[in-house]
Every structure is written in structure tokens, then in C-alpha cells.
Design a protein around this ligand. Structure first.
Ligand SMILES: NC(=O)c1ccc[n+]([C@@H]2O[C@H](COP(=O)([O-])OP(=O)(O)OC[C@H]3O[C@@H](n4cnc5c(N)ncnc54)[C@H](OP(=O)(O)O)[C@@H]3O)[C@@H](O)[C@H]2O)c1
Length: 276
């Protein structure tokens, strides 16, 4: 384990959403953590959350559980706000009761993307249900505990979940060309790097952190880095249910930077089997 890590091995760590894409990689960097998946705990059940956390008596709770289907959130706003908005408040209240710190993940989609880049103190203004529900979650955490880290991140890819890299790799193999949008710009982030950085900053002062891999690109530029037959298009040519911010670039002003996304992507491609 890196000497940089600020969590201690003897800490009692509980990971919620442990079977999701980020959750899997968190489990690897927090050995000995108690792993809790959806089948173990329904985080929208306030009483169940309280009972689970009180029984587990953690020092540190890491919440990677969320409803992450951005277009699905438009169809199911009730679920989006229950899982992403209210549940983090229940988790925060239970953490306060047992004296645990809460580390929680939020998103670049809390911003509207109308400006060039966002630092941690910038005012959110979500333009879709997912972003609004995640912002509600941030607010409910701050209402219920002082001892939290909210880590906003973006464009995650990792071995253990549905992600853009695998989707485009598959489409690239099965189609002559693949259209990818040029007018949405952000920062791709490897879940392994995010999980490791989480361990490093787990004992940092409370507050909001922006953590992404370095490097800014459009989805098209990202896809070009690993698929030969992608062609650019605009969001207007490729309509989706949820509006996406045009320029959702998170700037990390509080911790040392992560490596460039191109380096992280290379490692990811070298360690994943080819998708069919
Ligand atoms: N993916 C991205 O590009 C991205 C970008 C920015 C921020 N984030 C944030 O990063 C965090 C991790 O994202 P991820 O991509 O790793 O998510 P993920 O792969 O979708 O995993 C989320 C996990 O949460 C669980 N879950 C959903 N609803 C639940 C409920 N009601 N009770 C208990 N568990 C529930 C899911 O279980 P089931 O599948 O069984 O429902 C799943 O295992 C989230 O907070 C997300 O908002 C993600």
C-alpha cells in the first residue's frame, strides 16, 4: 500500500455499491473492507440504512451506490431522486450517529456546461434529472453530517461495468463506422485511478473535491484514441433523452493531479480482454 494513503488499515471500512464499476475497484484498494451490494441493502430504505450502518459500526463509509443511467433518470425521476438524492442523506445521518466519515461520489453533470471549466466552489446548475438528483444528494449529505468528502468525477471507465470504451469498441467491431459526438467535452476517468486516489485522500479535510484523470477531450476524441472507424457528429444529430452539458470539465484544485487519461486508457486496454 502506498505511504501516501491517508486511511489506516485498522480502520473499519464499509463500501456501499461495492458491486458496481467503481465499487469493485474500491474493494481492491481497501482490503478488509465490508462490501455491501444492492442485494445486501436497499439504500432508499431509511430504516434499513440506519440499522445496517449502526450494526457495522464503520469508521469510514464509502458510498459508490447510485442510479447512474442518465437517460433512464429522465424516465424514472422518482427512482433517481430516491437513490441519488434522498438515500445519501440517510447514509450521512447514520454516519453521523456512529461517528463515521462519509465518502460519496457525485458528478460533473451537476453543472450546466455553459462555461469553460469548474472548480469545487462553483455554483452547480444541473440540466438533467440525473444531475439534479445527484446535486440533491450532495445537499442532503451536507445537511446531515459535517464529516464528509464529496468527490465529483466524470466519464468513468473501468473493468466492472458498462462503459463508453467497451460500448464503442463493440460498435467499432460490428459496424463500418461509428458516429460519436464532438460537442460534448469532459475528462475521462479510470475507476482504478479514482479508487486509489480515494484511499489517498480519505482523511483529507471535509468538503467537495473534483477528481478526474488529467486531459480534456470530446467523446469523439476519446473514441478516436482506441477505435479507428469513428466519425464525428453533433449532439443534434445524435439526440438522447437527457440533455448533456457541453463543457463539463472539472478542475481539481485540492489534491495532486491524477495521470493523463491516455495513459490510464492504455493500461485499461492492455488489461481487458477484447470485447466481442
Ligand atoms: N459512470 C460514470 O460515468 C460516472 C460519472 C460521474 C460520476 N459517477 C458517480 O460515481 C459513482 C459510481 O458510479 P459507477 O459508474 O461505478 O456506478 P454503477 O456501476 O452503476 O454502480 C452503482 C451500484 O449502485 C447499486 N445501486 C443502485 N441502486 C441502488 C439502491 N437503490 N440500493 C443499493 N444499491 C443500489 C447498483 O446495483 P444494481 O446494479 O444491482 O442496481 C450498482 O451496483 C456514482 O455515485 C456515480 O453517480 C459515475
Amino acid at each position: 500500500m502506498s505511504a501516501l494513503n491517508t486511511w489506516k488499515r485498522e480502520m473499519n471500512v464499509l463500501i456501499l455499491g461495492a458491486r458496481g464499476m467503481l465499487g469493485h475497484d474500491l474493494a481492491a484498494v481497501f482490503p478488509g473492507a465490508r462490501l455491501c451490494g444492492h442485494q445486501d441493502l436497499e439504500i432508499t430504505d431509511e430504516a434499513a440504512v440506519r440499522a445496517y450502518i449502526l450494526a457495522a459500526k464503520p469508521d469510514l463509509v464509502i458510498n459508490a451506490a447510485a442510479y447512474t443511467d442518465v437517460d433512464g433518470c429522465e424516465d424514472n425521476p422518482g427512482t433517481a431522486f430516491a437513490v441519488n438524492g434522498e438515500a445519501p442523506g440517510y447514509i450521512a445521518a447514520a454516519c453521523r450517529e456512529v461517528g463515521a466519515r462519509l465518502v460519496h461520489y457525485s458528478t460533473d453533470y451537476v453543472f450546466d456546461g455553459s462555461t469553460t471549466e469548474y472548480v469545487e466552489s462553483d455554483e452547480p446548475n444541473p440540466i438533467n434529472v440525473y444531475g439534479a438528483s445527484k446535486l440533491r444528494g450532495e445537499q442532503n449529505i451536507a445537511k446531515n453530517t459535517d464529516d464528509y468528502l464529496i468527490i465529483r468525477t466524470s466519464w468513468l471507465f473501468g473493468r466492472h461495468g458498462k462503459n463508453f470504451v467497451d460500448t464503442i469498441r463493440h460498435l467499432s467491431r460490428t459496424n463500418e463506422t461509428v458516429r460519436v459526438v464532438t460537442d460534448q467535452v469532459g475528462k475521462p476517468t479510470y475507476t482504478v485511478d479514482l479508487a486509489r486516489k480515494t484511499a489517498e485522500i480519505a482523511s483529507y479535510p471535509p468538503g467537495i473535491y473534483h477528481l478526474t484523470n488529467e486531459g480534456v477531450c470530446s467523446w469523439y476524441e476519446f473514441a478516436r484514441a482506441f477505435a479507428p472507424n469513428v466519425i464525428p457528429c453533433t449532439s443534434a444529430e445524435f439526440p438522447r433523452k437527457a440533455k448533456r452539458p457541453a463543457y463539463s470539465v472539472l478542475v481539481n484544485t485540492k489534491t495532486s493531479p491524477l495521470r493523463h487519461w491516455k495513459e490510464a486508457l492504455e493500461e485499461y486496454l492492455n488489461t481487458t480482454v477484447n470485447v466481442p
